[in-house]
Design a binder for this molecule. Structure first.
Ligand SMILES: [Ca+2]
Ligand SMILES: [Ca+2]
Length: 381
């Protein structure tokens, strides 16, 4: 009866993990289409809207009846059209009055993860004659102005730095009245050829290595690595197959924790601070071959699915068996047996199968059940 319950529980757990992987892959497939793209960035795709004319697909409008916005061929730097946000002119037929701060805007929400800058061309002009004045053309990100001009003219290859931003942000084009007035010219703010420039952005990662001290005389199987990303990034997106430690590839095997994609076996809150980490393991002998006492700085890097890179480093203490110190204790003269050494290692170094179980399980409590990566608790396959 007990064995049957265990078998049922394990089957449920595996089905749950499989379902989670499917959901994750679905999310990734969707994000792969949407990430780092401005839709209709050159305003070539339009539809006719009564009262406005040809308006751009994919752009939402913050309307104001004293303004118009439409796609025209009056000026372009890419393709046949650009977008214009323009104040309506006052004539014998109708009067349009403006107060300072009145504006019209077009916007869309764009994933700026991994984007270094937004580039675009703009032109400020007056129709039917005169120079652009009384208004301000601006580009805003999440409501904050990051570019603005008030002087008549053409502005090519303008660039705003967005490398500090990540995730979905509202990119907005505005034409704003600078004062009170009613004008017999229309003031046009025109944009064309918006493009996202991807930068060599490396996401800074926090790396926690276990054991904290490497005793070169010990025969543990693994160095365990916990990777935390800034809150705007999701460690579920880390591709474990790309993770390296000073060039040493993460162990990719059949174990739950050694998969390229996220799973219950490699997503955990190891330090119980409420932030989850991605766990990978490196062959301990390979790591010990590149370090020397008293300490070594090790660099962990890899990719998120979608190609964004992350990198972080950690300093690990190194001692040399009977000749050194480990964990602040002097090793016994004449060395020590394997049992003593294992007790001084970080538990995460040995319990390869148990160490990465998610959902807040206490890895240390489980560690005594497995050793040298060979699980004794029924979880290692
Ligand atoms: Ca265009
Ligand atoms: Ca944590």
């Amino acid at each position: 009866m007990i064995q049957a319950d265990i078998d049922t529980s394990m089957k449920r757990s595996r089905r749950r993990v499989a379902a989670q992987r499917l959901i994750l892959l679905s999310v990734l497939a969707w994000s792969g289409v949407c990430a780092a793209d401005i839709l209709n960035p050159s305003f070539e795709a339009t539809y006719y809207l009564t009262g406005y004319g040809d308006v751009p697909l994919n752009w939402k409008r913050v309307d104001n009846p004293a303004f118009n916005s439409c796609c025209t061929n009056l000026w372009t730097t890419d393709g046949a059209r650009s977008i214009s946000l323009l104040s309506r002119l006052t004539n014998s037929v109708k009067t349009f009055s403006f107060n300072a701060g009145d504006y019209q805007a077009l916007y869309q929400v764009v994933d700026l993860t991994g984007v270094d800058s937004i580039q675009f061309d703009a032109r400020l002009a007056a129709y039917p004659s005169g120079l652009f004045e009384h208004f301000e053309a601006s580009l805003l990100i999440d409501g904050e102005s990051v570019w603005s001009r008030t002087a008549d003219g053409v502005y090519l290859d303008e660039r705003v730095n967005v490398s500090h931003l990540a995730g979905w942000c509202r990119v907005e084009l505005r034409n704003t009245a600078m004062g009170v007035g009613s004008f017999d010219a229309a003031y046009w703010a025109q944009w064309d050829n918006l493009r996202l420039v991807e930068g060599p952005t490396t996401i800074p990662a926090v790396v926690d290595l276990r054991p904290e001290t490497l005793d070169l005389a010990c025969k543990g199987r693994w160095v365990t690595c916990y990777i935390t990303l800034p809150e705007e990034y999701d460690v579920h997106f880390i591709d474990g197959a790309t993770v390296t430690l000073n060039g040493i590839g993460a162990h990719m095997g059949h174990e739950d924790w050694a998969q390229a994609e996220a799973s219950d076996g490699n997503i955990t809150d190891h330090d119980r601070d409420g932030n989850i980490e991605r766990m990978v393991k490196f062959d301990r002998a390979a790591v010990q071959a590149i370090v020397t006492p008293p300490e070594a700085k090790l660099v962990v890097m890899g990719n998120l699915l979608g190609d964004a890179e992350f990198q972080g480093d950690a300093v690990i203490r190194v001692c040399d068996g009977g000749n050194g110190r480990e964990g602040g204790k002097r090793d016994r003269p004449g060395g020590h047996d394997k049992k003593d050494r294992d007790h001084k290692e970080d538990p995460q170094d040995r319990g390869g199968d148990r160490g990465g179980k998610a959902n807040g399980r206490d890895h240390d409590h489980n560690d005594h059940q497995s050793k040298d990566g060979k699980g004794k608790g029924g979880k290692n396959r």
